[in-house]
Design a protein around this ligand. Structure first.
Ligand code: ATP
Ligand code: MG
Length: 295
């Protein structure tokens, strides 16, 4: 698919397959074309050329649209409504029966932590509360696919954790989640697959469960680390250095980590923790996008 706005190319050449039942992370710098891509997949924006299929039907198909949940990046709700009224409206628009909605609305309000605010009008909601009701409206009709465009941007740490749990629960019930997010640490622990979008084009994709294919940086906290034990790591590592109780190393792949742990333990080291160095997805992102890229 391609989308031009005047002579500005928003999405150059989007070609994407998202496995059903998985959590898919769609990553890219500001202005890369992520939100435009989602809107094309929903049928809200008409591609300049190309087409997309969602659940086997052309993007925008009304019957399929009812099976889709969407939390937009910039949302505006009818803000004179209470959260329950807003959920009822969205549920009805998706064709839900009144009885089903009566049962489901309190469950959803509870899920997103808004039960104490049920009598407020959405107008008086804080940014994070808006995002929570936005998430609830995206899920009210138990959609098969959920598009979330930066669902955690306004949320506190508890809210972020809640979104993470909610996303995983959606996968558990068999739904597919398409997630736009700049919070790579969240993406890293939530998504099954990611694609990197740069200047309107997918430039890389990664299966986050694939083990053993690339070098991993690991930080080990241990006592009784002998210089011989460190020297003995050579078969499995390309670099290893110790500072106090912290051993930092680059393992050839995650497959070798069990050997490393056995080797260290056998040498008499007491291991307290072994943590893959944080932000590896961030490193990858920066490498793919190029560090000097401005808008
Ligand atoms: N309605 C529009 N009219 C004109 N240009 C637009 C429109 N919507 C998006 N664009 C342009 O298309 C490009 C891609 O925008 P898009 O919102 O898809 O990016 P994004 O990847 O979602 O960015 P962000 O991470 O900042 O949300 C940008 O250059 C933007 O200015
Ligand atoms: Mg966007």
């Amino acid at each position: 698919m391609r989308k031009e706005y005047g002579n500005k190319v928003a999405v150059r050449k989007l070609s994407l397959m998202v496995p059903l039942g998985s959590i898919f992370g769609f990553l890219g710098p500001n202005g890369a074309g992520k939100s435009t891509s989602i809107k094309m997949l929903l049928g809200l924006v008409k591609p300049t050329s190309g087409e997309a299929f969602v659940l086997g039907e052309r993007a925008g198909d009304v019957a399929v649209r009812r099976k889709i949940g969407f939390l937009p990046e910039h949302f505006r709700f009818y803000d004179w409504l209470t959260p329950a009224e807003l959920l009822r409206l969205h549920g009805r628009l998706c064709g839900m029966a009144a009885a089903k909605l009566r049962e489901r609305i309190p469950v959803m309000l509870d899920l997103v932590g808004l039960t104490p605010h049920r009598d407020k009008r959405v107008h008086d909601f804080s940014k994070g509360m808006m995002q929570r009701i936005g998430l609830a409206q995206a899920l009210i009709h138990e959609p098969e696919i959920i598009f979330l465009d930066e669902p955690t941007s306004g949320l506190d740490p508890m809210g972020r954790r809640l979104v993470r749990d909610v996303i995983r629960a959606q996968r558990e019930r068999g739904a597919t989640v398409f997630l736009n997010s700049h919070l790579l640490s969240e993406v890293e622990v939530t998504c099954d697959n990611v694609a990197f979008l740069k200047d309107g084009e997918v430039v890389a994709a990664k299966d986050l469960h694939a083990l053993g294919e690339a070098e991993v940086h690991v930080v080990v906290r241990a006592r009784q680390l002998s210089p011989q034990a460190i020297a003995g790591l050579a078969p499995w590592t390309t670099a290893a250095s110790v500072e106090g109780e912290q051993l930092t190393m680059t393992a050839r792949s995650s497959d070798v980590l069990p050997h490393v742990v056995r080797h260290l333990a056998a040498s008499g080291a007491d291991i307290y923790s072994l943590i893959p160095a944080r932000a590896s997805l961030e490193d990858l992102f920066v490498r793919i996008m190029g560090e000097d890229r401005g808008l």
